[in-house]
Design a protein around this ligand. Sequence first.
Ligand code: NAP
Length: 279
Amino acid sequence: MVLFAPMSFSFLSSANARPVALLTGAAGGIGTCLTSRLVAAGYHVLALSRKGDTPAQAHVSALACDLTHPAQSEAIFTALKADGVSIRVLVHCAGVITPQRMGACDTAYVSTQLAVNLEAPIFLTMQALALMPRGGRIVFVNSMAALVPLEGSSIYTASKFGLRGFALSLAQDVRSRGISVSSVFPGAVDTPMLHREMENGGSVLNFVTPPATADDIAQIVEKLIKRPRLEVFCPSADGVLAQFMLMMPRVWRLILPILLKKGLKGKKKYLDKKSKCGF
Ligand SMILES: NC(=O)c1ccc[n+]([C@@H]2O[C@H](COP(=O)([O-])OP(=O)(O)OC[C@H]3O[C@@H](n4cnc5c(N)ncnc54)[C@H](OP(=O)(O)O)[C@@H]3O)[C@@H](O)[C@H]2O)c1
């Protein structure tokens, strides 16, 4: 069921209603897997996507919300507040990457990436906090690009670096309210985003290790909701290496050619495997 304003969420505030999880990017690769996992874990999912086209299933309200238009999310939060709904879990999963080298960059893509990847998670968090009780959980689906600067995707990199900083500060702000903040940092994930990125000249660093599946990441998010941790990297070894290199960008420049070579090989392997499956 796709809901447009005016929206009624009164069925979510009754005593026997399921706890509510609000998820952005719900119709995407990771978001679709996560929606199923949240429903199975006993939540009612408010599934946000641009068209509100999350596959129909019980305990899911598909909501149309373009995150580049803050008025649309504001309307949803106003309706939730009016109906006395509490948000137990907030997962920021929407994201967009448009590889473009600086110097040949379209300003419209700059603002879209910053709006979806950074500004919207900030605005939505601010609005959700007003409806979040003690024990609430906030999870950010970030990216290894928050630690590894991606050549040709500087705006995406900037947005994800910013998102990491926001999440770390937020965790301190809301600790006394008993609300946890977690971030997961995937390397490449085999979803429509990765396919679009590679068609448009994305970095071969995506293939230094084989891409994870969307459900691998959804499973990590589900675990973070059950048992919060501040940051989780996937694969964890890449996270350790990336954190180390971020401390010493000069060393990063020395190691980069080796990683690019490994990434090129990994990309070829990935494409060979995909073409055998008719991709
Ligand atoms: N795939 C990877 O390799 C990878 C790696 C690291 C991190 N991540 C992160 O993982 C998250 C999920 O990505 P994914 O791999 O599942 O990609 P995906 O399949 O492309 O899903 C991205 C989602 O973001 C939503 N979105 C994009 N622009 C939007 C807008 N203006 N308003 C509202 N929603 C918008 C899309 O909504 P629509 O359904 O309306 O298009 C889609 O549901 C992102 O934050 C991404 O940065 C992905």
